[in-house]
Design a protein around this ligand. Structure first.
Ligand SMILES: O=C(O)CCC(=O)C(=O)O
Length: 264
């Protein structure tokens, strides 16, 4: 099978998801998925929401809510996460008004194009957040890493339902610097690298010197939707000039008839 790695797709459609889930492509971009004017209008309201969000966190980036994989490590953190999830989804929706939230549009379109539909991932019946707000600035970056829920949350039964996982990012603002906030991806899967040999001690990252040049180094533009195989090594270069603002999450998939499951 030939892997094209990068796919530029005019719309989000079944063929795009098929290419990603089958491994024919590892990263796909839909340009201008969110109109630039909508991005410009909703970013200030989303930042305002972030400043007031009860569950706001600041780790790699600033966010209105922690990730589910972090929250599930601790009983109290998980209870707080669950109690705030619906309010968080609603606050993002309200911040985008009078526009439809790009995350809600994405949720609808995924439901329409995947044969078995799409829904929020639930943990013990409680919906998880999909579409966390992430603000990358002041040098914020992500080391080369993979995101696989079954590895991050092995005790969560839902994590084991998937045959693969996509990362999804709606770009609402991008930094000015030429090399700022690039999304890089290597065609390297969990079976070819392991933490013992390839990990950077004391971090979640993998060693760049062993990875070589990335297969894709993408400079997202305002409004772009980018989906990637999060079970391939990927990284984000530092944002020094301005702000990189995304609404981000994950899509877990298994062969239809299983619905897609969404979380952040
Ligand atoms: O923001 C991006 O471009 C990718 C974020 C990322 O590395 C991730 O979601 O794991």
């Amino acid at each position: 099978m030939e892997t094209a790695v990068f796919l530029d797709s005019p719309t989000l459609d079944t063929a795009t998801l098929d290419a990603l889930t089958s491994g024919k492509a590892l990263i796909a971009r839909v340009r201008r998925y969110t109109p630039a004017q909508v991005c410009a209008d909703i970013v200030p309201a989303l930042l305002h929401h972030l400043d007031r969000a009860a569950g706001a966190t600041s780790r790699i980036y600033r966010s209105n809510v922690g990730t589910f994989s972090e929250a599930q490590k601790d009983t109290e953190a998980l209870a707080r996460y669950r109690s705030r999830a619906v309010d968080t989804l609603r606050a993002v929706r309200a911040s985008c008004a009078p526009y439809a939230s790009p995350v809600d549009r994405l949720r609808c379109e995924l439901d329409e194009i995947w044969p078995a539909g799409s829904q929020l991932l639930r943990h013990d019946g409680a919906p998880l957040v999909f579409g966390m707000l992430r603000i990358w600035q002041d040098g914020a970056h992500a080391l080369p890493h993979m995101d696989i829920l079954a590895r991050a949350a092995p005790r969560v039964p839902e994590a084991h339902h998937f045959t693969g996982q996509l990362g999804v990012n709606l770009f609402l603002q991008v930094p000015a610097g030429h090399d700022d906030g690039l999304l890089q991806l290597w065609d390297v899967d969990p079976y070819t690298v392991d933490r013992t040999d390839h990990g950077v001690a004391g971090t979640y990252g993998y060693r760049r010197d062993l990875l070589g040049e990335p297969a894709v180094s993408l400079a997202p533009r305002t409004g772009d939707l980018v989906l990637l195989r999060s079970d391939r090594v990927h990284a984000v270069t530092p944002t020094h000039h301005g702000r990189r603002v995304t609404l981000s999450g994950f899509i877990g998939y298994a062969d239809p008839p299983a619905p897609l499951r969404l979380w952040s």
